[in-house]
Write a protein that binds this ligand. Sequence first.
Ligand SMILES: [Zn+2]
Length: 300
Amino acid sequence: MPELPEVETVVRQLEPEVEGHRIERLEVLDERWSRPVPPGQLGDAVAGATIEHLGRRGKYILMGLDGGRTLVMHLRMTGNLILREGEEMLDPSEGRRLYESERSTEERHLRARFVLDDARELWFTDPRRFGEAFLIEDDEHLAERFAKLGVEPFSPEFTPRALGEMAVGRTAPLKSFLLDQAKIAGVGNIYADEALFRAGLHPLSSAGSMKPEHLEALRDAVVAALEAGIDAGGSSIDDYRDARGEKGSMQEEFLVHTREGKDCPRCDGTIVRVVVGGRSTYFCPGCQVKLRRRPRRRAK
Ligand SMILES: [Zn+2]
């Protein structure tokens, strides 16, 4: 499932390619993608607009259009946003064209297609069809729409102190705490595991039990885990592909995620898998410490 690093990779690749280009037309081939707005209505609203910028908020892709409007897209579980240059992929880095089998798979899962003014196409493909898009009229409504979304991990607001304020009194396990999009935006199952390992914190420790040194370690670890993901072009465990249709390589660099039974990269422990809040969670019991609950003041 794409998380912040995967979405950021796509946005960084696409921005210089599509910025300043006009959308000749948007064909919405799956009504689930635009609902409750009918596909034709969204297509008509976007046709003829110029893409002024491309950005990201949490796991959302923000396509800024002229007139102050923003087309917001979310890849959800299996969505991909891929730029296609005629019959070829964008920048076939090794001169490789798509194999026929890949081509047909992409076509089969095509949910929406942007046709740009230079005949290149931006394809939203999505086998499981949870991806979505909606149009926001202006910046005020955009801010309103994202008012309840948590802090951006790369923003100056993401401080140990802010983390502490979010965590105070929380008995939820750290793993669940990190996955809460209303607290920190963009962290999902993969990078939560990686961040907790980097911070040396046990995923089942309660969030409210963190002391100042843990808050600082966790803040740094979240940022470092996400940066590692971006540097590797994202993780392609399942369906994720970047804007060029290529796999990311972060899955080859995971410290703990999906590494059950393997050696810990830090101590002589072995990585284990547990389920926390319904999500597979990987950690090292040897070096990720379970924090003690802060003692409650005893009533007289
Ligand atoms: Zn270890």
